[in-house]
Design a protein around this ligand. Structure first.
Ligand code: BV8
Length: 228
């Protein structure tokens, strides 16, 4: 059984990384337009860099939780394919032991040059006009997919949806597209759909289990592995 897993901010919440839309979430503190759009970056690059510098620092002191570790165990022990497509930009899946991961909204620990497309490991803090280590242009930015920009790896994701027997959505409110539309595509292709989330995001999932990821995910992984 090939499993495609979509994760969102909810899987990192119990590691101390704030979600976006829960009470007191990130988008309440920072208006999306100012810190997560190319226009916002063009208007005030220092504000956007300080937003991501703060999140980079927060992610650096966070630790992967039982949900991240359970998904790594699934990847190691499950007979079929396991791909994690994450909307998260932290590296807790990697630090939890998973390897087959696609960051469709980019990654805090990566930087990119808007002039030459060179990518490199982001420093802890980035500032406007930092020169590109490859072409020296002052055109560097966080390697993050902002609103209005094309998510990364869409071709890989489409293929994985075609190939999946089970689509599992963990810790996402299902408000951001195209990620929020994956469950519809899965159902249209006859793929089983399961949601593990604090609340039921939509009635579209065949099954939705509600609770914290650190409880739901290890239980679900044990069920899958027990059936092997
Ligand atoms: C694109 C940057 C074209 C990185 C992010 C009008 C209608 C429909 C769509 C649009 C529209 N206008 C514009 C659009 C498109 C737009 C969009 O969807 N807007 C929304 C707001 C309406 N999308 C885009 O612009 C995307 N690009 O469409 O390009 C295209 C499309 C297809 C193919 C080619 C081209 C680009 C979107 C990427 C934007 N960048 N982030 C960063 O700063 O982090 S999005 C941002 O939201 C994060 O990536 C985040 O991951 C993502 C989704 O949020 P969630 O992860 O779901 O987090 P949230 O707080 O919302 O929910 C947390 C959930 O966890 C909750 O359900 C909660 O109950 C649960 N939870 C909490 N604690 C726990 C828990 N669950 C379990 N355990 C817990 N302990």
């Amino acid at each position: 059984m090939n499993i495609l897993i979509l994760t969102g901010a909810g899987i990192s919440a119990e590691s101390g990384i704030g979600t976006f839309r829960d009470a007191g979430g990130l988008w309440e503190q920072y208006p999306i337009e100012q810190v997560a759009t190319p226009e916002g970056f063009a208007a005030d690059p220092e504000l956007v860099h300080s937003f991501y510098n703060a999140r980079r620092a927060n992610a650096a002191v966070a630790a992967p939780n039982a949900a991240h570790k359970a998904l790594a165990k699934l990847e190691r022990e499950h007979a079929g394919d396991v791909l994690i497509v994450t909307q998260n930009v932290d590296d807790l899946h990697e630090r939890g032991g998973s390897q087959n991961i696609l960051h469709m909204h980019g990654a805090l620990n990566r930087a990119i040059c808007a002039a030459c497309n060179h990518r490199w490991p982001a420093p802890a803090e980035m500032y406007a006009n930092d020169p590109c280590p490859s072409c020296n242009a002052p055109a560097t930015r966080p390697d993050i997919v902002w609103f209005g920009e094309i998510p990364q790896g869409m071709d890989v994701i489409e293929a994985a949806l075609q190939n999946a027997d089970l689509f599992v959505s963990i810790g996402t409110s299902g408000t951001v597209y195209p990620a929020a539309g994956f469950v519809q595509s899965a159902r249209a292709m006859g793929v089983q759909t399961l949601e593990l989330n604090m609340e039921t995001s939509s009635g579209v999932f065949k099954e939705s289990r509600n609770g914290p990821a650190t409880e739901l995910v290890p239980v679900w992984v044990s069920e899958v592995l027990a059936g092997e």
